[in-house]
Design a protein around this ligand. Structure first.
Ligand code: GDP
Length: 524
């Protein structure tokens, strides 16, 4: 392997930002893109939020609602690193794609609104990252506003999320009295100066120099020293190993909107995270320096251009080097495919890529060839990566074709769209009724739209009251007694699933059946 190739491999960082809506993910993303000089893209992120997608040819439904149904990928170059940010859709477009995206990244940045603390969507996304054991770095945002006490926030992280925390930076005041942050590693105060660029001042944590006095309100310094001492004595010990395994989250404080603390955070991020990590496959661990090309499809986006009915399969490159025009094998079918057209995603702009390395994400034109979780390999290789986990939907609808004569189109559409991972499909055991499950309401709307637009089938939905799906081991099914509040269905592969009306019913069930281990995420 050439040095150049090795550098390509080790300089990559592929991550997602997880947060609850309004915590500041978009603002932080913009500031990161600015760091890398992608000003054009920074504008694009904003445009997406305000729904001004003038030139885009995304699905009709996206245009109508001014949102993006699926996530995009932004790549930029910063301090010798190729950085890939994989966007996780939030707000109303929160869906299984949001979860699946997290299977394609090597680390995550968790943005917390300092005025609100840990919120619901953050918890859900955190769990997926935790399950994968990837590094999670925390950015506590909006320090320019009066928020929760920093110690309280740390406690919340530990208690609600169950992960150890280590504040790398520590805030000096907040809101109107926000003075800056102290970096415990660099032993420097980053002085907050509103819209002006930050200034850095040395401080050992105890001895207050004139320079320190010049920039930080004297009344804040003693409490700061006390707090730092408390952190040293009572706080967790820092461990690179624990960060690597996702057992400890380094915490940083800042204000994305003021672009404060963002650059120092990101510099630490690059140091504390690793190059793209190996993936398990049927041929064992595939490391990034494995000599042959391989990757897996984690998302399929349909109809980016309705005129062409094309789909884009998002592929995470895991080993080797992707070159446009190369011939690969789809492991599931053994079919050979020439990858002629491929794209890289820079926000809404699509650019053709000629080469890509492990950690990169590329979009492949797809005329219906790929399925979510598919492995693609080069050079006559034949292995498959581990299947992607399945995530529990929270909304359920019974569905059938309005016109029973259309059942052939209905079946075909159902099969194809479900394979794409647009929604999850369940069947009831005796009558074989179709039940759709989704993580977000929008998935149903997109599904309905596409069944009509692409298969000419009008759907009739009957909402269900159930809101919790749990996989149950096959050998325990017999023990379960169901009623209208707990129903038993099967997923597409025939795995039994229990749908509970609400958490109360679910907990009652668990209390009565302590020996049945229900699973919220199904890993194969
Ligand atoms: P997202 O929904 O997580 O992408 O959040 P946005 O980045 O769109 O931010 C939500 C709102 O919070 C917007 O009005 C932002 O201007 C505001 N915001 C973001 N970062 C900060 C911050 O550091 N301080 C303050 N005061 N507001 C912020």
């Amino acid at each position: 392997m050439t040095n150049e190739h090795m550098h390509e491999l080790t300089s990559r960082r592929t991550f997602a930002i997880i947060s609850h809506p309004d915590a500041g993910k978009t603002t932080l993303t913009e500031k990161l893109l600015l760091l890398g000089g992608s000003i054009r893209s920074a504008g694009t992120v904003k445009a997406k939020k305000s729904g001004k997608y003038a030139t885009s040819d995304w699905m009709e439904i996206e245009k109508q609602r001014g949102i993006s149904v699926t996530s995009s990928v932004m790549q930029f170059f910063y301090r010798g690193h190729h950085v890939n940010i994989v966007d996780t859709p939030g707000h109303q477009d929160f869906s299984e794609d949001t979860y699946r995206t997290l299977t394609a990244v090597d680390s995550a940045v968790m943005v917390i609104d300092g005025t609100k603390g840990i919120e619901a969507q953050t918890i859900k996304l955190f769990k997926v990252c935790r399950m994968r054991g990837i590094p999670i770095l925390t950015f506590i945002n909006k320090l320019d506003r009066e928020g929760k006490e920093p110690l309280e926030l740390l406690e919340e992280i530990e208690e609600v999320l169950g992960i150890e925390s280590y504040p790398v930076t520590w805030p000096i005041g907040m809101g109107k009295r926000f003075q800056g942050t102290y970096d415990r590693f660099a032993k420097k105060i980053e002085v907050y100066r509103g819209n002006e660029e930050s200034l850095f001042v040395d401080f050992d944590g105890e001895n207050i120099s004139d320079e320190v006095r010049q920039y930080v309100d004297a009344s804040m310094l003693e409490p700061l020293s006390d707090e730092l001492m408390l952190l040293e004595e009572a706080g967790n010990e820092f461990s690179v190993e624990k960060v690597k395994n996702g057992e400890l989250t380094p915490v940083f404080f800042g204000s994305a909107i003021a672009n404060f603390g963002v650059q120092s955070f990101f510099n630490s991020f690059l140091q504390l995270t690793q190059p793209p990590q190996p993936r398990m496959s049927s041929a064992g661990k595939i490391d990034i320096d494995y000599p042959h090309f391989s990757g897996f499809v984690f998302k399929i986006q349909a109809n980016m251009n309705p005129a062409h009915r094309d789909r884009i399969a998002f592929l995470r490159v895991c080993s080797g080097k992707f070159e446009r025009g190369m011939t690969v094998t789809l492991s599931r079918t053994g079919r050979k495919i020439k990858l002629g057209q491929s794209q890289q995603f820079l926000a809404a702009d699509r650019e053709t890529v000629d080469e890509a390395y492990p950690g990169d994400i590329i979009g492949l034109y797809d005329a219906g060839t790929y399925q979510i979780g598919d492995t693609i390999v080069g050079d006559g290789q034949a292995f498959q990566f581990e299947a992607l986990p399945k995530f529990p939907p929270e909304l359920f609808m019974k569905v059938r074709a309005k016109n029973a004569l259309k059942h052939k189109h209905f079946d075909k559409g159902m099969t194809q769209l479900v394979q794409e991972g647009a929604v999850q499909l369940y069947r009831t055991p005796f009558f074989g009724d179709y039940i759709l499950g989704a993580v977000g309401e929008l998935q149903f709307q997109v599904f309905e739209y596409r069944m009509k637009a692409e298969y000419g089938v009008d759907l009739e939905f009957t909402p269900m009251r159930h809101s919790i799906a749990k996989w149950i081991p096959k050998d325990k099914v017999e023990k379960v007694s169901t009623d209208s509040r707990i129903i038993l269905v099967e997923d597409l592969e025939g795995n039994p699933v229990l749908l509970f009306e609400n958490d109360f019913v679910h907990r009652l069930f668990q209390d009565k059946n302590p020996d049945i281990k229900l699973m919220s995420i199904l890993e194969s």
